[in-house]
Ligand binder design. Structure first.
Ligand SMILES: [Fe+2]
Ligand SMILES: [Fe+2]
Length: 88
């Protein structure tokens, strides 16, 4: 079974490669957003080991909101950018 962390890194790498190959002008900001998510995932893992349930729930909430906002805004913007590239 694939872990959330592994799949997330795989997904972000694929997306960033596609952005790089298509000279996406917002790639730096997009990468920063991806890195923020990975950092939070790492802290979630650390907190769950300490059994800090309250902090973990807060982090899970953050991850959920981040995912919804990122897909609906940043990933959507990139999709629109790709659609406007001639021949894509
Ligand atoms: Fe993304
Ligand atoms: Fe994505």
């Amino acid at each position: 079974m694939i872990k959330l962390e592994d799949y997330t890194k795989y997904h972000f790498d694929m997306e960033e490669e596609l952005q790089d190959a298509n000279k996406y002008p917002e790639i730096i900001q997009h990468k920063i957003e991806h890195q923020e998510f990975i950092d939070k995932l790492t802290s979630l893992k650390r907190d769950s080991k300490k059994d800090n349930l309250l902090l973990s729930l807060k982090t899970v909430d953050y991850l959920k909101d981040w995912t919804i906002n990122h897909i609906l805004e940043s990933d959507k913007d990139f999709g629109e950018y790709l659609r406007n590239i001639e021949g894509f």
